[in-house]
Design a protein. Structure first.
Length: 466
C-alpha cells in the first residue's frame, strides 16, 4: 500500500492557509491543487493535547479522557497533575500500524512521554520533562545516534516564551524549528518506515506571540507595525522546508498536511473564578487582599457549588454530592444549577459593554464515552473564544483581565484547523471533516484494518465535493 507521510503544523488556520497566504505558500498550494483539502473540525475544547490525541487515536476526548493539560489525580480537589502519555489508554495509529508489521517514525508530537515501546522510532514532543536523563528517544540507541550526528537531541519547546522579548521569541523559535526540521530530514533519509509523523509545534508559540500584529480585526492591531509580517514569514519558511522534505519522499508516498486547530484573536479574558466567588457559587476559606494566585486548597468546599479551570475555554465542574469528595449539590439539583449557570454566564458582557457570543457545551450533550466521568460538567466559550478565561488569578479589579498566572497573550485557539491530502485519488475541496476522521484515513492508506471502535470515517474518493 506504500508509505504515508504526515506533517503537522500546530495551529495552522484555514482562513490563511487556504485563503490570504495561499499564493505565498507554494508547496502547500501545489498539494492542494494536486490533492484534496478541507477544514478540519477540532475537538471541544480545541487544545493541542486534546486535539492531537484525537487525531492519532480516532477517538473523541470522551474516549481518550484528555480534556485539559492537567487532570485531577484520584478525583481530588487539590492534587492537579500535568497529563502524560500514561493518561492515554487508547491505541495510537503508530501502535496499531506496529501490530500490523508496519514501521513508524514519530517526531515531536505532544503527549508521547513517557514513550510506550512499539515497532519504530519516536522522539517525544511537548510536555516531555526537561533534563538530559529523561528518556525522550526510542529506542535508546537512537539517542546516541542523534547526539553523535547533531551533538544533541533538540528540545521540544521554547519554555517560558511569554517572558521573552518579541525579538527573542523569533530568534529562539526559528533556531529550534530549524533543528526540528533537520532531525525530520535525517529520520526520513536514514530510517525504515511506512508511517512518518513529524510535527512543527512551535508555530503555536508564534501564533500566541504575534497574532495581534497581523490580524486587522484585533483591537490591538496597528497597521505597518514592526512585527506585522512575522507570522506569515515564519509559515513561508515552514512551507519552503516542507518542500525540501517532500523532495526526499518516494513518488508514490501519500502525503497528509494537517493542524490540530486554528487560531483567532483574543481580546481579553473573563475572570471566571472571581465571577464564581462574587455570584455565590464558590466560597474561600479566608478572605484575600489584592490580586492573588488561586489554587483549589483555598476553597471552602462545604459552601462551594462549582469551580473552574482553563485559560481559553472555561471548564466548569459541579461539586456534586456523592461524586466529589466534599460535594454539596444534590443530584436532583444538578440540571437546574447547570441551566442557571448557563443563563448567567451568557449574560456576561464584554469589557466594552457589548453582548458576547458565548457558547456553552454541557457534558450530557457533548461528552459521551468510556472516559466521560473525567469530563467537565460544562465548557464555556466566552464570545466564541475571542474572550478567554482567567481561572488562576483572583482578586482582580474588574471582571476582565488579559493575564492569567502564567502571563498574557493575544490569540486563542479556534475550532477549525486544516487537512490536505495527496493520495492520487481524492481531489478538490471536501468542505469540512471531523478530527476523528484522520486516524482511520491514515490506517486505510497503509492497508491496515480499521478498529471498530474508531469514531471517524475514511476520507475516500466518493467524499469528493469539487
Amino acid at each position: 500500500m506504500g508509505k504515508v507521510f504526515v506533517f503537522g503544523i500546530d495551529g495552522a488556520s484555514p482562513e490563511y492557509f487556504f485563503g490570504e497566504w495561499l499564493n505565498e505558500l507554494p508547496n502547500i498550494r501545489k498539494l492542494i491543487e494536486e490533492g484534496c483539502y478541507a477544514k478540519l473540525n477540532s475537538t471541544i475544547p480545541p487544545l493541542s493535547a486534546t486535539a492531537w490525541t484525537s487525531i492519532v487515536t480516532g477517538k473523541s476526548p470522551a474516549d481518550t479522557g484528555i480534556f485539559e493539560y492537567v487532570y485531577r489525580k484520584n478525583k481530588t480537589y487539590d492534587d492537579l497533575k500535568i497529563i502524560t502519555s500514561k493518561n492515554l489508554k487508547e491505541k495510537t495509529i503508530w501502535e496499531i500500524s506496529s501490530e500490523g508489521n508496519k514501521k513508524a517514525v514519530v517526531y515531536n508530537l505532544i503527549l508521547t512521554w513517557p514513550i510506550k515501546p512499539f515497532n519504530g522510532y519516536l522522539i517525544s514532543g511537548s510536555l516531555t520533562p526537561p533534563g538530559n536523563n529523561v528518556e525522550c528517544v526510542y529506542p535508546k540507541k537512537l539517542k546516541n545516534e542523534l547526539e553523535n550526528y547533531f551533538r544533541e537531541v533538540p528540545k521540544a519547546d521554547v519554555e517560558y516564551f511569554r517572558r521573552f522579548s518579541k525579538e527573542k521569541i523569533i530568534e529562539e523559535v526559528l533556531k529550534l524549528t530549524k533543528k526540528h526540521l533537520e532531525v525530520m530530514e535525517y529520520l526520513l533519509k536514514n530510517k525504515e518506515w511506512e508511517l512518518f509523523i513529524g510535527i512543527i509545534g512551535l508555530s503555536d508559540r508564534m501564533n500566541h506571540a504575534f497574532w495581534r500584529y497581523m490580524d486587522k480585526g484585533h483591537r490591538k492591531y496597528e497597521a505597518g507595525g514592526k512585527f506585522e509580517n512575522v507570522l506569515k514569514d515564519f509559515y513561508k519558511f515552514v512551507d519552503k522546508k516542507l518542500g525540501e522534505l517532500i523532495d526526499i519522499l518516494d513518488k508514490d508516498t501519500k502525503i497528509i498536511i494537517l493542524s490540530d486547530h486554528g487560531i483567532k484573536r483574543l481580546h481579553t479574558r473573563v475572570n471566571l473564578t472571581d465571577w464564581l466567588i462574587q455570584n455565590g457559587y464558590m466560597t474561600l476559606k479566608e478572605e484575600i487582599k489584592g490580586k492573588t494566585e488561586f489554587n483549589l486548597k483555598m476553597v471552602d468546599w462545604s459552601k462551594t457549588k462549582a469551580f473552574a479551570i482553563g485559560a481559553y475555554e472555561g471548564q466548569i465542574f459541579i461539586n456534586v454530592k456523592g461524586r466529589e469528595p466534599e460535594g454539596i449539590v444534590e443530584k436532583r439539583d444538578y440540571d437546574k444549577l447547570l441551566e442557571e449557570l448557563e443563563e448567567k454566564l451568557k449574560e456576561i458582557s464584554g469589557d466594552d459593554g457589548k453582548k458576547l457570543n458565548t457558547k456553552i457545551y454541557k457534558k450530557e450533550d457533548y461528552f459521551k464515552g468510556k472516559c466521560e466521568d473525567r469530563a467537565p460538567d460544562m465548557i464555556v466559550y466566552f464570545d466564541d473564544l475571542e474572550y478567554g478565561c482567567n481561572t488562576s488569578l483572583i482578586g482582580n479589579e474588574t471582571l476582565w483581565s488579559l493575564a492569567t498566572a502564567k502571563g498574557s497573550d493575544d490569540a486563542a485557539h479556534s475550532q477549525q484547523g486544516i487537512f490536505i491530502m495527496k493520495n492520487n485519488k481524492c481531489k478538490g475541496n471536501l468542505g469540512e471533516l471531523e478530527i476523528v476522521d484522520v486516524a482511520p484515513t491514515i490506517l486505510n492508506e497503509l492497508g491496515i484494518e480499521i478498529p471498530e471502535d474508531m469514531k471517524g470515517k475514511i476520507v475516500r474518493i466518493e467524499d469528493e465535493k469539487i
